[in-house]
Design a protein around this ligand. Structure first.
Ligand code: RFL
Ligand code: PHB
Length: 388
């Protein structure tokens, strides 16, 4: 088989790239290890920067998002039993949109189906070959046979555990990593959200987050220890712990119900450099991971795809130079989001062995955020997303 761009990974990065390329008349094939049902079953991101919203519109998949997404003007931060708002519109004149990653992925699959896009599920043993030449090729297994795709470019959109990043020689790849000593236990429930806006709570027992997918579907997280397991958490234990970590006026009015999804995610900051090797271009979680505090992961995947699509489309339009600057342009934005997510994570979580003064310093930081217009502007600017 031959295509112009072979995309490894059918998550949001890979599907979005494929859609943008199609609209520019560039052919691609997406290779995905899992089934479509599996990909759509992963409950992940919920908060979109407006850069992401605009890119999805540009890819022609904005209609349902614009009907069902909820625009938020700010977030709520809580500590020491109090809560206050950071108003994005007031501080930076921008907003974010709440619309689930599952819905985006569904919209992208629907758009690919409508144009008979080639997305091949259930592939294994993917190998990337001759990446340093002008004629790279990809081999993969499907139903016991080995297949080959010849292409101009390979887009590595296969997430943190994918094969693409590992295809860059060790002498070239630089990795930067910080693993946090805790995870997030997330619960999805068919209940109205406890807070109208996304709420981040610092509490001496650990962090808590109230979010939502729509007015009847809530998403909550609590900080847990790394060795914890979902089986240790009955719904009742989850709700009791969450309530204790929230300000009383929110805890008292929160409506709880059975969980329809429960999972634990570890937290890490990770960057791989460079994001290009020959004809291979990494994008999204394949190249970097942020802790979810600040909701940057999917948004960074989208900005990578913006830069990568611009570079590949310019190449086919006769200007190959943007390919050379892809890695640097993407990484500049990535490192700022890595910094912001690290900063917010450090302020909001309880660290093992945290001393009294460290807890009070966190509280003083949050009190400063509550009082200072400048501190709020900085948070707002980063949360809504730096320009591309
Ligand atoms: P994905 O979504 O991991 O997709 C990669 C795809 O590649 C496939 N794959 C392979 N396919 C073929 N061959 C191989 N060898 C392969 N290896 C892997 C995988 O099956 C998969 O389908 O990466 P992508 O597309 O770069 O998208 C990144 C986002 O999924 C991720 O950054 C966000 O979900 C992060 N994130 C959040 N981001 C936000 O912007 N806002 C949020 O509110 C937010 N909340 C979250 C999050 C991530 C979370 N978890 C569980 C990690 C909340 C959580 C709890
Ligand atoms: C979510 O809704 O899943 C969510 C919201 C904000 C975050 C992380 C996750 O910072």
């Amino acid at each position: 088989m031959r295509t112009q761009v072979c995309i490894i990974g059918g998550g949001p990065s890979g599907l979005l790239l494929s859609e943008l390329l199609y609209r520019h008349g560039i052919d691609s094939v997406v290779l995905e290890r899992q089934s479509r049902t599996h990909v759509l079953g992963r409950i992940r991101a919920g908060v979109l920067e407006f850069g992401t919203v605009e890119l999805l519109r540009r890819a022609g998949v904005g209609a349902r998002m614009d009907r069902q997404g909820i625009i938020h003007d700010g977030i709520v931060v809580a500590a020491e039993g109090r809560a206050f708002r950071v108003d994005f519109r007031q501080h930076v004149g921008k907003q974010v949109m709440v619309y689930g990653q599952t819905e985006i992925t569904q919209d992208l699959y629907d758009a690919a189906d409508a144009r008979d896009g080639r997305i091949i599920h259930g592939v294994d043993a993917v190998t990337l070959n001759d990446l340093e030449t002008d004629a790279p090729w990809v081999s993969y297994g499907l139903d016991g046979t080995t297949e080959r795709i010849d292409c101009d470019f390979v887009a590595g959109c296969d997430g943190f555990h994918g094969v693409s990043r590992r295809s860059i020689p060790a002498r070239v790849l630089r990795e930067y990593e910080k693993v946090y000593p805790f995870g997030w236990l997330g619960v999805l429930s068919e209940t109205p959200p406890a807070s109208d806006e996304v709420l981040y709570a610092n509490h001496p027992d650990g962090f808590a987050l109230c979010s939502m997918r729509n007015t009847a579907l809530s998403r909550y997280y609590i900080q847990t220890s790394l060795d914890d397991h979902v089986d240790n958490w009955s719904d009742q234990a989850f709700w009791d712990t969450l309530r204790r970590r929230l300000p009383a006026h929110i805890a008292d009015t929160m409506i709880t119900g059975p969980s329809i999804e429960k999972s634990i995610a570890p937290l890490r900051s990770y960057v791989a450099e460079p994001m290009r090797w020959g004809r291979l271009f990494l994008a999204g979680d394949a190249a970097h991971i942020v802790p979810p505090t600040g909701a940057k992961g999917l948004n960074l995947a989208a900005s990578d795809i913006h830069y990568l699509f611009s570079a590949i489309s310019a190449y086919y339009d006769g200007d190959p130079d943007l390919l050379d600057t892809y890695s640097d342009r993407a990484l500049a934005r990535v490192w700022n989001a890595i910094r912001f997510s690290w900063w917010f994570t450090e302020r909001m979580h309880r660290f093992p062995g945290q001393t009294g003064i460290e807890q009070r310093l966190q509280e003083a930081e949050i009190a400063y955020l509550e009082q200072s217009e400048f501190a709020q502007k900085s948070l707002a600017e980063n949360y809504v997303g730096m320009p591309y």
